[in-house]
Design a protein around this ligand. Structure first.
Ligand code: DGJ
Length: 730
């Protein structure tokens, strides 16, 4: 609910459990007065205290009042050069050469429904599902208008934000920085939580107290990156899964980003999140505007678990688009770890033949089917079938797979090119490349300049031809290197700062076209695993390959970290062969199934090498997954035991919205002789309902299972796992 108090110029956004408040003060400065657990009917600017502070300047309007300073007061969208020395949200270069920006309130609007953003991913909502607040700010000297957009999803405790900057003057203005979110707190006694890692180990949680100065994570790799995720949290020092106030901030963007928190001199803090200012610049011609990508905040008064569940619901219901939002996604088998580049039509058909009777519904042909692609040094850019491997092309192969009752999917990496390709021979000038320099290679490949429409047009034409040539149900859209040598032949020197962002807009444009032209195709995002796992991609690709590390034990950490923001339905997760290809670990097939099943489930192994007993396990896993699909994918997710703590096991739970069903998954670590007896406390059940595990045995009330717990069995052997299915019987 949005409450506009026009007289006092106080704008309050209420969600079910939280309140966010903004106030335009006597000098038209837009103050941020509060964000936190819900409070009703108050002017929270009373929380802001002023006192004269040396070296904190006073705006001229304040006259002789030395207690008023932008440097001390919490700002809704921080400026620079005019008295606030903390993290700026916006920076302009004006025709005069000045970099100052001074924004003042000049109007407010409230609308039913949720605003949309042209060409950018955004949460969506029907007219009655959300409300929009737009607050207009103006810098009269710079002749720039700034509109702050807020989308309020009351029942989800979700507040989205976007920012539009418009040049209302007569000369071009250069935008050097434009954050999507600025969030000021009158405190800094909080922990900063980020999700970090590298290729093969993404989104590991890191937590530490705020310290004086600036702490930040970000990416300047052109993609949101394996190294840092565009989702961060701030929370009370004592916050855990169930207690404490915590704030999540998610950027729906797939390129360079920065999330920075500053703990300032008077123990206030400010979180600023948006496109990374490194090599960013945007020229605003007269009447031109720039829209910063959307950010989405959730505040939970009751710990991380509640915050995650709100994000999960919001993403499932208002970010993932039809038809896949409400439809069961097929169980797939992918040939990558089974064959790498070494396959032909017969080998693929052999794997598919093994897969179909097990209940697998989709066969995905990974890298290596096109051009002269027999290893990763050649072929990217030549999106036509290699008929030596696949005689008769897709027209011959796809019907063979379809005859088995399976759907067919295909891998692509449209943003890239190998020098050893026809495309590069014909268009060497289409790559990102700085004049007079040889561009760096990554995985032996170069990056196509997707900021250019002509380049995208050409690639799209090739993709469309391939996808129209056969009955194709799925595309894996991969991206296997970071961007370097970012310079576009299509833009003048003064606009090269636009290339990174235009590249991302180009990727979004291609994905949107693909969605429009092939609505039946399920697109899985991928970037060497989880190097572009972000809310921006999820708007186009409802699932993303979580990591190139398919080892079940490493995956516990990766999927745990990912779950803080993103729901399990978005996490591509496969059972692969042992010893694991990435780390050599041997885990039981049952455990690999338990872990992958809490995701967009599939297999990535040569099924023709499985024994009959293994096939029976796989058949059973797929049956369980299909039977429990709604519970796993739409249930409320609870993290029960953290894989980073040395408790000997990791556990999580999905509970149906009516609380009548729960699936508890437990994975043990390395085995020890005479291990301790363990009891696991469940969460999210109805205390008054009686539940039975796996259809047999005694009944336990929800209260008993949550308070007294459930005994974990002891079994010998490393990395054993259990799944318990609880159902309310009365
Ligand atoms: C990286 C992906 O993450 C893998 O799953 C696989 O598709 C390879 N690329 C293929 O080159």
């Amino acid at each position: 609910m949005i409450v506009l108090d026009q007289e006092n110029r106080i704008f309050t956004l209420h969600t079910k459990h939280t309140t966010y408040q903004i106030k335009a003060d006597q000098y038209d400065v837009l103050l941020h007065t509060y964000y936190g657990p819900r409070v009703d009917g108050a002017d929270l600017s009373s929380l802001i205290q002023c006192a004269g502070r040396s070296f904190s300047p006073n705006p001229s309007q304040a006259g002789t009042n030395r207690t008023y300073s932008l440097d001390i007061m919490p700002q809704e969208y921080s400026t620079c050069g005019v008295g606030d020395f903390r993290l700026p949200s916006i920076e302009l270069e004006l025709p005069s050469g000045s970099h100052t920006c001074d924004l003042r309130y000049c109007g407010v609007q409230k609308q039913k429904g949720k605003y949309t953003l042209n060409g950018l991913p955004a949460f969506f909502a029907g007219e009655t599902e959300a409300e929009t607040l737009i607050v207009h700010l103006n810098d009269a000297a710079a002749q720039v208008m700034v509109s702050l957009y807020f989308g309020v999803f009351e029942h989800l405790d979700l507040i989205t934000r976007a920012v539009k900057i418009t040049n209302v003057g007569e000369q071009p203005v250069h935008l050097c920085r434009c954050a999507s979110l600025c969030l000021d707190f009158l405190r800094c006694d909080m922990d900063f939580i980020t999700f970090n890692g590298h290729h093969l180990m993404e989104r590991c949680l890191d937590r530490g107290p705020l310290r004086s100065g600036i702490q930040s994570v970000g990416s300047v790799r052109g993609a949101s990156s394996h190294q840092h995720n565009p989702f961060v949290m701030l929370c009370d020092h004592n916050a855990d899964e169930d207690i404490g106030v915590c704030y999540g901030a998610m950027l729906l963007y797939s390129g360079n980003f920065e999330a920075a928190v500053e703990c300032s001199q008077y123990e206030n803090s400010r979180l600023v999140m948006g496109i990374h200012p490194y090599h960013f610049g945007w020229t605003l011609e007269p009447n031109g505007s720039f829209t910063a990508p959307e950010a989405a905040m959730v505040c939970s008064p009751n710990g991380f678990g509640q915050m995650s569940r709100q994000y999960h619901r919001a993403i499932r219901e208002h970010l993932l688009r039809e038809p896949w939002a409400g439809q069961r996604k097929p169980v797939l088998v992918n040939n990558w770890e089974a064959t790498y580049f070494n396959f032909n039509a017969d080998k693929l058909t052999e794997i598919a033949k093994e897969a179909a009777p097990l209940g697998i519904e989709l066969f995905v042909m990974d890298d290596g089917w096109f051009g002269r692609r027999n290893d990763d040094n050649a072929g990217l850019g030549d999106w036509y079938v290699n008929t030596e491997k696949l005689p008769g092309g897709l027209e011959a192969l796809v019907p063979r797979i379809r005859e088995l009752g399976m759907k067919f999917g295909i891998w692509m990496e449209p943003e890239m090119v190998n020098e050893d390709s026809q495309l590069y021979q014909q268009h060497p000038d289409w790559v990102l490349c700085v004049p007079c320099r040889n561009p760096a290679r990554g995985r032996g490949q170069l990056v196509l300049d997707f900021s250019r429409k002509d380049v995208r047009e050409h690639i799209y034409g090739q993709l469309k031809k391939v996808l129209s040539s056969a009955d194709i149900s799925y595309v894996k859209w991969d991206m296997n290197r970071s961007l370097t040598d970012v310079w576009s032949a299509a833009l003048p020197a003064g606009r090269q700062g636009e290339v990174y962002h235009r590249y991302v807009l180009g990727v979004y444009d291609m994905l949107e076209r693909l969605r429009q032209d092939f609505p039946q195709i399920l697109i899985e995002g991928c970037c060497g695993g989880g190097g572009r796992f972000d809310g921006g991609m999820l708007y186009y690709t409802p699932q993303i390959w979580c990591s190139d590390d398919s080892d079940a034990i490493d995956r516990l950490r990766i999927q745990y970290g990912t779950s803080f923001c993103y729901p399990v339905t978005t996490m591509g997760a496969h059972v692969s062969a042992v010893p694991n290809e990435q780390n050599g670990r041997v885990t039981p097939l049952e455990t690999r199934g338990t872990v992958a099943m809490s995701g967009a489930f599939g297999y990535e192994m040569d099924l023709s090498k499985c024994t009959e007993a293994e096939k029976q396990v796989i058949r059973q896993q797929i049956e369980t997954y299909k039977a429990r699909y709604a519970l796993i994918h739409q249930g409320d997710y609870y993290r029960l035991a953290n894989p980073f703590q040395n408790s000997g096991y990791t556990a999580w739970e999905q509970v149906s919205p009516d609380k009548r069903e729960a699936l508890v998954s437990v994975v043990l670590g390395c085995t020890h002789a005479a291990p301790p007896f363990r009891t696991l406390s469940l969460k999210g059940l109805d205390p008054k309902l009686n539940y039975q595990a796996d259809g047999t045995g005694p009944l336990y009330s929800g209260a008993t299972l949550m308070k007294a717990g459930w005994p974990l069995p002891q079994v010998p052997g490393d990395y054993q796992s259990f799944q318990f299915y609880f159902r309310a019987v009365r």
